[in-house]
Design a protein around this ligand. Sequence first.
Ligand SMILES: [Zn+2]
Length: 368
Amino acid sequence: MKSRLTPEEQQRYIRQILLSEIGTEGQEKLKQGSVLCVGAGGLGSPALLYLAAAGVGRIGIIDADTVSVDNLQRQILFSTEDVGSLKVSAAKEQLLQLNPLLQIDVYSEKLSATNAEKIFADYDGVIDATDNFSTRYLINDAAIKLNKPVFFGSIFKFSGQVSVFSRESGCYRCLFPQPPAEELAPDCNVAGVLGVLPGIVGSYQALEFLKWKLGIGDILTGKILAIDVLTHQSRILNFNRNPECRACSQPEKILLQSDQNRSPQNTISAPDLKKALSAKEALVLLDVREESEHQLGNIGGLLLPAGNVKDNENLPANLSQKIIVYCRSGARSARAAEQLRTMGYANVFNLEGGLIAWKKDVDPNLKL
Ligand SMILES: [Zn+2]
């Protein structure tokens, strides 16, 4: 049988074959296994190195970037001489030096709605090693559509998160139905990062894939592992599949979109809101500021301070009801809108620029 280990493989992997939970049988499963890593950066580097070292038979890497010198502080797949080279080419070379017994497929392109399904279809599972929200949603949706697990990792400053998403246990969209507003979504290009943290999180992603493939241990499905490397505090948070989830509740109907960053229809401008109110459009207006701010001046609607949005009895019973939230600047209401979407409200709009924009564009007499 093709999957049988050669003497060379027996020798190379002996230290993990010695684990009774793995053995020759487990090693053969890894040899037959395949995994796609989206992103060959800070998370992808350690994940790919460990997956290759462990003997996962076929490894795909998709990334359109070239290596730059400021990547080297955390992207340990690359060395100084790789600067300027395509990441996928440098990664393939490095991984084959580590383990020439593997098949490494590379895709020097950006993941998009047009190529995602075709590429994903060839692999058992997908490692999400990206640093931006639009790709993260695309990975989630394409993988859920094809019924492949996603081994998720993300970092911010000194904290990291790891999870495994699937149709059965819930997905990224169950947790965050919509991408956040861009200004609330820093990536590590702007936020800064200590290289060890993606090293730890990316290693965890590889670990979860190996456990899943081997069928051993507890997998982080329906759970998020959150770690803080400054304090050493780590927590496991449980989450449930959202029965209203746009992705995993109706996976066959998922429509892939390439750029799923904040879509313009999630916000409404002050003049457009004025028009909608004048036309007596059926909408629920929510002021999510504090009571004292509301009393000083408001544009009507229900007062529902942002901290009290969850489980509030004044919220409409109909989940498709059009809701417009506002606050002073648009930031608190963006978070409240996000929370309402998480609760299942499908038609939530944020007043862009808040009442500051309203005062500027609609009513200069509004007291703030
Ligand atoms: Zn879901």
